[in-house]
Design a protein around this ligand. Structure first.
Ligand code: ZN
Length: 340
C-alpha cells in the first residue's frame, strides 16, 4: 500500500514534541477494525463516503501495521480486532479473516455476531478461529426500528450464556440516541454485567459519551461491576476522559483507537450538549462537518485522542504504572486471561 502523504511533517513534529517522551513503550489498541475483501459480498462493498475507502476499501493487518509504524514509531504494538460490522458484511468470512491474522499473543480477534446467528455457528466461529469474544452491532438487529433496539436485543440469551461459560470478552457499542445517558441503557448495562458475571463487557467509546452532559453521573452503575470495562476509542474530549479516570476503576479503562477511522484527519468537538466530527477529509462517519474550504490543518483522530488522553491523565494524576496499565496491561491481562 502506498501511504505517502498519510503521515506528514506536521504529524511527525506533533509526535516528537508531544508524545515521544510521554507514551509508554507498549501500546495495546483494544478497538481496531481489520477487513480484507472477503468482509463484503461481491459488489456490495463500502458506500461512497465510507472511511474505509481511504485505504482502497480494505484495512488488512498489513495496512494497519504499516500505518502504526509511522504513527507510533517507538512503541511495541498489540491489538484486539474485528471486522467491519456493516449490514452487508459477511460475518462468517470477516470472523475467519480475523482468526487468520490473530496469534493470541499480540494480535487478538473477536467474531462479528448477529442475534440471528445460530449458537452452533457462534461456537464454531469462536473455536475454529481461536477468537476471544464477540463484536455485536445494533445494525444487525434489522427487524425493528433502529431507535427501538435495546442492549438485550443485540445478543441472544443463548449467545450470552456461551460467552459467560467461556469467559469471553464483548466489545459493545450501545444503542439509542441518548447513548450512555439513556435510561434503558443505564439499566441494561448493569443487568448484562450482573447476569453474565464471567463475560467481560467492554463498553466502546465510554458508552459513546463524547460530550460532558452525556457522561457526568452515568458511569456509577457499571463502575461497580467488576466485569465492566470501558474503551476510550474516538474520545478526544479531555473533560470526558478525565471524568472517566476519576469515576471508573482505572484498571478497567482501556485504550482503543477505532482504526481505520482514527487514521482519518479530524477531531470530535462538543457543541451545545452535542458533538460533531470536524473532518479534514470528505468521509462520512456520523455527525460530520467537513472543512471543504481547508480553513484549518488537521492531524489524525488518533493523535487528537492521544492529546486528550495526555491532558486528562495528567489532570487526573495517573501514576506511570496506571498509564502503562491503561495503554497496555489492562487489556493484555484481560485478553490473555481468556482460555479458549
Ligand atoms: Zn469501532
Amino acid at each position: 500500500m502506498n501511504i505517502d502523504g498519510f503521515f506528514n511533517e506536521n504529524d511527525k513534529a506533533i509526535y516528537e514534541k508531544e508524545f515521544r517522551d510521554w507514551l509508554p513503550k507498549r501500546i495495546f489498541d483494544s478497538h481496531v477494525h481489520v477487513f480484507d475483501e472477503t468482509n463484503f459480498p461481491v459488489g456490495r462493498g463500502l458506500s461512497e463516503k465510507h472511511p474505509g475507502r481511504k485505504f482502497s476499501g480494505t484495512f488488512t493487518v498489513e495496512q494497519c501495521l504499516e500505518i502504526v509504524e509511522t504513527v507510533l514509531p517507538d512503541q511495541a504494538f498489540s491489538m484486539n480486532c474485528f471486522g467491519s460490522p456493516n449490514v452487508d458484511a459477511d460475518l462468517e468470512a470477516a470472523s475467519k479473516y480475523t482468526g487468520k491474522i490473530s496469534n493470541n499473543k499480540n494480535i487478538f480477534g473477536m467474531a462479528l455476531v448477529s442475534p440471528k446467528d445460530d449458537i452452533k455457528d457462534i461456537k464454531r466461529r469462536i473455536n475454529d478461529y481461536d477468537l476471544i469474544g464477540y463484536k455485536p452491532y445494533r445494525n444487525f438487529v434489522d427487524w425493528m426500528d433502529a431507535e427501538e433496539v435495546t442492549i438485550f436485543d443485540m445478543l441472544t440469551a443463548e449467545q450470552m450464556e456461551y460467552a459467560d461459560d467461556k469467559g469471553l470478552a464483548i466489545t459493545l457499542h450501545i444503542p439509542k440516541a441518548l447513548r450512555l445517558a439513556d435510561p434503558s441503557n443505564q439499566e441494561q448495562m448493569v443487568e448484562l454485567c450482573k447476569r453474565y458475571p464471567n463475560a467481560k463487557i467492554i463498553f466502546a467509546h465510554i458508552g459513546r459519551a463524547y460530550y460532558m452532559s452525556n457522561v457526568v453521573g452515568f458511569l456509577d452503575g457499571i463502575s461497580k461491576c467488576e466485569n465492566a470495562y470501558i474503551d476510550t476509542s474516538m474520545v478526544n474530549h479531555p473533560g470526558v476522559l478525565e471524568y472517566a479516570f476519576n469515576h471508573f476503576s482505572r484498571e478497567r479503562i482501556v485504550f482503543g483507537s477505532d482504526a481505520p477511522i482514527a487514521f482519518l484527519r479530524g477531531k470530535s468537538v462538543e457543541i451545545n450538549n452535542q458533538y460533531a466530527y470536524l473532518m479534514g477529509e470528505d468521509y462520512a462517519i456520523g455527525s460530520t462537518i467537513y472543512d471543504s474550504d481547508k480553513i484549518v490543518e488537521f492531524t489524525t483522530f488518533f493523535y487528537e485522542q492521544l492529546r486528550g488522553i495526555k491532558e486528562a491523565t495528567s489532570k487526573a494524576g495517573l501514576s506511570s504504572r496506571e498509564l502503562e496499565g491503561f495503554f497496555y496491561n489492562n487489556m493484555n491481562d484481560l485478553l490473555t486471561g481468556i482460555k479458549i
